[in-house]
Design a protein around this ligand. Structure first.
Ligand code: TRP
Ligand code: ZN
Length: 496
């Protein structure tokens, strides 16, 4: 991708006269990481290991300002590299020296260090910046949400560029220290462990740490007035939940749901193995949106998720993502099924455990609900396309694929696969094809045909395939499982 950025022949020749021959081979990092769904997202030429964000946010004015310190390693001889960022940088340093910087494209911050960075060198980037995130439009929209008492940064796939400069793609995960000062009486909620909290001259600073690799879209920041509950799990992990004081009639139901985080996570451990992170929790700010998001260690929940009373199913979904999506992340956004198929299936498992319908009954119901001419079946969960990345089919048809797997390999192998996968790729990235291979390895069965039927065919698998995989019992129309409504209430992201 970066080849088109190489200087044309004549200019390159001139450069070679001016600088040592080796430096002439230094080239700019690509402006995208190479994800065909989103060609601009992420960047090439380097790899980030850590973000240190030291910020200050004033709810009255929506001004966010501060310094990002980024630790990275070059993966090529780099003359220049990009960060993805939508706010205004005022100064950029590389290894302590002032770097030239310019903006290009929708969200590219091009940084040219005074000297090239040889492949394999670790380097430090400091970006000073400020801006009003809710004024910033990228790709035609504004990602963060303003609230009466603050703001919330939680979105997928686009979120980071509105609050910190980054290599904005899940393939480049890093650890985080997020330190945010807000006016006294207001809180700043982020990922991981609250290391400390200090107050000075009217400002309170919250220091959060996420010590395991985290994708940029899973970093979150919420500023507002919250009621905070804290606890420890049996394993000693800190639990921090936060509820806006402004949730009105949804307050009780929100709390009655999110306070069950520890219980749900411990149940999920029996299915997926040990919880992968250093903290747990959830937060419910006073936003108008309807969705929830698996922000690492501390999922985001919209109050609307609790409009009909407590909904534990959405807690199950977002916590399941901590294994499926957060610890094991997509390699490219086309791999979204390894997140959403399993998070949806975990809701089916919870339903099964609660006696509100087995996963098989839910599968029967989903299969029967969509006639062959329903557009639902044209979406391929294994490669849905950017416009259908969060289509309901990725979730529901995606979960059908998992039920088909369960029936094909049997309970014992199935549970081995569900538990083994988060270990196999812990804190890394994986593709749909990696899962297929892993399931074949563990079960000792060829499964390519089954996954092709359920993840890649743009049509409803016929009765023969459905019977082969026992995903649906042909004939009788299945009854609607008791859990259906609560599970469907977690779908609101698809309704927009
Ligand atoms: N991953 C989210 C979930 O599991 C759904 C989602 C898709 C989302 N796109 C989003 C959430 C954009 C917030 C914003 O429920
Ligand atoms: Zn999800």
């Amino acid at each position: 991708m970066y080849r088109r950025l190489i200087a044309p022949g004549a200019l390159a020749a001139a450069l070679m006269l001016a600088i040592p021959a080796s430096a002439a081979d230094f080239t700019p990092g690509a402006s995208g990481i190479g994800d065909p769904y989103y060609p601009d997202y992420g960047n090439g030429g380097y790899d980030v290991s850590h973000y240190d964000l030291r910020l200050k946010y004033q709810p009255k004015t929506d001004v966010l300002e501060g310094t990002a310190t980024i630790l990275a390693t070059s993966t090529q001889d780099l003359s220049r590299f990009n960060l993805d960022f939508g706010l205004k940088a005022s100064e950029v340093l590389v290894n302590g020296k002032k770097a030239r910087f310019a903006t290009s494209g929708v969200e590219e911050l091009e940084v040219t260090p005074p000297t090239g960075l040889p492949k394999g060198s670790s380097f430090t980037v400091v970006v000073r910046y400020s801006g009003k995130p809710s004024d910033v439009k990228l790709y035609g929209f504004t990602s963060p949400q303003r609230t009466p008492d603050g703001a919330v940064f939680a979105n997928e796939p686009e979120s980071a560029a509105w609050w910190f400069p980054s290599n904005d793609h899940p393939r480049d995960k890093a650890t985080y220290d997020v330190s945010v000062a807000v006016p006294d009486g207001t809180q700043a909620i982020s990922n991981g462990v609250l290391q400390s909290q200090t107050s000075k001259l009217g400002w309170t600073r919250f220091n959060w740490r996420s010590n395991k690799p985290q994708a940029t879209y899973l970093a979150t920041l919420a500023v507002g007035k919250f009621d905070i509950t804290t606890d420890k799990t049996a394993d000693g992990l800190p639990v921090v939940n936060a509820y806006s004081k402004d949730l009105g009639d949804n307050y009780g139901a929100a709390r009655a749901s999110v306070e069950r985080t520890t219980e749900v996570a411990e149940w999920l451990e029996t299915k997926f193995g040990k919880y992968p992170f250093n903290a747990l929790g959830g937060y419910v700010p006073n936003v108008p949106s309807h969705f929830a998001l698996e922000t690492q260690t501390r999922p985001f929940y919209s109050p609307a998720q609790f409009a009909n009373g407590a909904n534990v199913s959405v807690i199950v979904h977002e916590l399941a993502h901590q294994w499926y999506g957060d610890s094991v992340s997509v390699d490219g956004w086309k791999d979204i099924w390894i997140n959403e198929g399993f998070a949806r299936y975990s809701q089916w498992l919870w339903s099964e455990k609660e006696g509100e319908g087995t996963a098989q009954e839910l599968a029967d119901y989903v299969y029967a609900q969509h006639p062959a001419d329903d557009a639902f079946w044209t979406v391929k969960p294994g490669d849905p396309g950017a416009e259908n990345q969060f289509d309901i089919a990725v979730y529901d048809r995606g979960a059908l694929a998992i039920q088909a797997l369960r029936n094909a390999v049997g309970e014992k192998k199935f549970s081995e696969i569900l538990k083994g996968w988060p270990q196999e790729h812990a804190y890394g990235n994986a593709k749909v094809g990696d899962f297929v291979q892993y399931a074949e390895k563990v079960s000792g069965k060829p499964l390519a045909g089954l996954f092709d039927t359920w993840l890649y065919q743009p049509s409803k698998p016929g009765t023969a395939a459905a019977q082969r995989d026992r995903v649906a019992h042909a004939g009788v129309a299945p009854a609607k499982p008791k859990s259906w409504k609560q599970i469907a209430a977690t779908n609101s992201v698809h309704d927009h």
